[in-house]
Design a protein around this ligand. Structure first.
Ligand SMILES: [Fe+2]
Length: 239
């Protein structure tokens, strides 16, 4: 998002593309209880862009869980995303599930790392919760994407992070952003999932940066009380 409603990223007006995604959701029958936004909310380093983001999401009348990405400015994002119905790196118990958002960003670096204080917060939040199942959200991928350029800007301590998820127990699902493409992989019983962007996509398995001509997308996730979940990726094609 840009403060400027006509701001373009790689030839796409990001506000239009986000609105297209929101309109697709609104026009459909499937209804969400929460929105999860996995980082890189803005592109122009401005408070105004966060204001726009808020303005676009508010009509949904849903709680919006947000985690920061490498393009976000923490202080600006927190000002907007800590005001309900938005929340920033928060946790919430929803039925039998605990949802927790983590900060994986490193200032000045496109790649990420989950710092020890966040790992500790993750373990403590899970230990303090009686929820049977856990879903963890952050921006950077903890596993290689098979794309040389993207794999230089992933999570530098991905293996350690996944080990912590395992040892915390009850983690069934981990979702991330950053990679602008679909991805699903199981890692020792934890499903690791990425959702393409609401704007332009990156070409999967490309060793050099390349834009993919796939349309904007969003993902529906339905959490079941037995710890299973259903997920459906929705590509929003032009009418
Ligand atoms: Fe990113």
């Amino acid at each position: 998002m840009f403060a400027d409603l006509y701001g373009e990223l790689r030839g796409t007006v990001t506000a239009d593309s986000l609105q297209q995604v929101l309109d697709h959701y609104t026009a459909g029958d499937w209804r969400a209880d929460r929105v999860l936004v996995t980082g890189d909310l803005i592109q122009d380093d401005s408070a105004g862009a966060y204001g726009r983001f808020r303005e676009f999401l508010l009509p949904l009348n849903l709680r919006v869980h947000c985690v920061p990405g490498n393009h976000d400015i923490r202080a600006l994002m927190q000002k907007t995303c800590r005001v309900p119905p938005f929340s920033y790196c928060a946790y919430e118990e929803i039925g039998d599930w605990l949802l927790i958002g983590l900060d994986s960003c490193v200032k000045g670096d496109a790649g990420g790392q989950v710092r020890e204080d966040e790992l500790k917060r993750l373990s403590e939040t899970i230990a303090d919760s009686s929820a049977k199942h856990v879903m963890v959200c952050l921006h950077h991928p903890p596993v290689p994407m098979g794309s040389a350029w993207l794999d230089t800007v992933g999570l530098s301590n991905g293996e350690e992070f996944l080990e912590r998820l395992q040892s915390a127990g009850r983690v069934r699902l981990m979702v991330f952003g950053h990679v602008h493409q679909a991805f699903e992989e199981e890692h020792d019983g934890i499903q690791i999932i990425a959702t393409p962007s609401t704007c332009r996509q990156f070409k999967p398995r490309s060793d050099e940066f390349a834009v993919d001509e796939r349309p904007p997308a969003y993902r529906r996730i339905t959490l079941e009380s037995d710890g299973t979940f259903e997920t459906e990726l929705v590509w929003v094609e032009d009418d």
